[in-house]
Design a protein around this ligand. Structure first.
Ligand SMILES: Nc1nc2c(ncn2[C@@H]2O[C@H](COP(=O)(O)OP(=O)(O)OP(=O)(O)O)[C@@H](O)[C@H]2O)c(=O)[nH]1
Ligand SMILES: [Mg+2]
Length: 387
């Protein structure tokens, strides 16, 4: 230490600098460094903006190799919590687990098939409160998830900016059922098209479930569904209250993993309870504005006695399609002519002459197409650097 100080003093002396001069040096060096850093930030932002550099959004979805852990038992992740996850084991019992260090930075999602090892936990471990369902004789054997198996499918939605390019909804599902109430809450424009994009991207069968049929006369239908009906999308009219159409859904569920998606208050959890009374999920009423109350707060995987699986999800306001491939839109807006699908933004959706010339069956869908087209390419680079 002494040597080091001597060395510094000697150096200072050699340089012949006063303390003041040295302080000046430091300040200058500091501001030069700061200047360099902000320049680097600026250059980085420019590179992102011009597309020279891009965030590898897919890298966030990559899973570490599960190979070394294949000797461990496999389970399904049925619900995520902030600190732990709930697993359903092969014998259908539940177990609470933490995530192993190897999975740091890996985003797990409801429906993931994981490998776990059983670990003894201290009874006072706050991550395992005593009132939680514990498997076995109450001796608190719990688990640690150490690996995630490759996903058969991955249902995801676009994130807000490049720091979180994807928000994961469910892994290993087969079908996406979008729920829409025939009356309250109203269907937001674009929700159906967006859900269709998500289903196409994940390779899931897409169905529409119209709920609360008992609250409207047979004549009342959702006009937004007409284009989908023409495309041959399956639309199922149901009422969880009087059981209409519920039995038919049982048949569709056999051997399938189905994700229910829709606005808050459309009756997703009520439908799950009708199909699977054991679930006894909490359901909520509607606000005075006819919107839902965000009753369900986390996705939950529910294996049915009949062999299928339902995944109940929290209500959504909208679904971002940021980052999805524009070629998917060709299948969603199938009725539109090819010239329109090449560059939808080249057409003025507010111009009657253009609309007459294009002779569209559902001209109101042009605006929706344009919005989705733009959103898919929305890079929002300024939010993704250094925050
Ligand atoms: N009349 C009628 N009401 C229904 C039906 N299904 C659901 N509801 C009512 O709609 C309200 C909302 O139902 P939930 O099942 O909590 O809706 P949710 O979609 O799960 O809502 P979030 O969990 O907030 O996303 C409740 O008051 C239900 O009783 C139905 O088929 N008929
Ligand atoms: Mg719910």
């Amino acid at each position: 230490m002494r040597d080091g100080l001597d060395h510094l003093m000697a150096r200072k002396f050699r340089l012949g600098q006063s303390r003041e001069a040295q302080d000046m040096d430091h300040r200058e060096a500091y501001s030069r460094e700061r200047g360099g850093e902000s320049k680097r930030r600026q250059q980085h932002a420019e590179r992102l903006e011009t597309g020279i550099e891009s965030h590898d959004a897919e890298s966030q979805l990559r899973l570490p190799d599960a190979g070394p852990w294949m000797h461990l038992p496999e389970a399904t992740l049925i619900q995520r919590h902030s600190q732990w996850v709930d697993l359903e084991l092969a014998d259908r019992t539940l177990m609470r687990a933490t995530l192993g260090g190897k999975l740091k930075g890996v985003r797990l999602v409801c429906g993931d098939r994981v490998r776990y090892s059983v670990v003894p936990v201290e009874p006072d471990d706050p991550r395992f409160p005593a009132h939680l369902p514990v498997r076995g004789d109450g001796g608190s054997p719990e688990a640690q998830v150490v690996a995630v198996m490759p996903r058969k499918t991955l249902l995801r939605r676009g994130g807000i900016d490049d720091r979180e390019p994807w928000q994961l909804i469910c892994a290993n599902a087969d079908e996406l059922w979008i729920c829409a109430a025939v009356v309250d809450p109203p269907l937001r424009p674009g929700l159906l098209e967006r859900a269709q994009v998500l289903a196409l991207d994940a390779g899931l069968t897409f169905r529409v479930i119209v709920t609360k049929r008992d609250r409207a006369s047979k004549k009342d239908t959702l006009p937004e569904l007409d284009p989908l009906r023409e495309q041959g999308v399956a639309i199922h009219e149901t009422s969880a209250l009087n059981g209409e159409g519920v039995e038919a859904l049982h048949g569709l569920l056999v051997g399938k993993v189905v994700v229910l998606l829709g606005h808050s208050g459309v009756g997703k959890s009520t439908l799950v309870n009708a199909l699977h009374p054991v679930a006894a999920l909490k359901t909520g009423g509607l606000t005075k504005f006819g919107t839902g109350k965000q009753t369900t707060t986390a996705s939950k995987w529910l294996a049915l006695a009949g062999g299928g699986t339902l995944v109940d999800t929290p209500g959504i306001r909208t679904l971002s399609v940021r980052g999805f491939d524009r070629s998917l839109l060709g299948q969603v807006f199938r009725e539109f002519p090819a010239e329109l699908m090449e560059d939808p933004l080249a057409f003025d959706a507010g111009d009657d002459e253009t609309l007459d010339r294009l002779n569209l069956a559902y001209p109101e869908r042009l605006q929706s197409l344009q919005r989705l087209w733009q959103e898919m390419d929305d890079r929002n680079p300024n939010q993704n650097v250094w925050r």
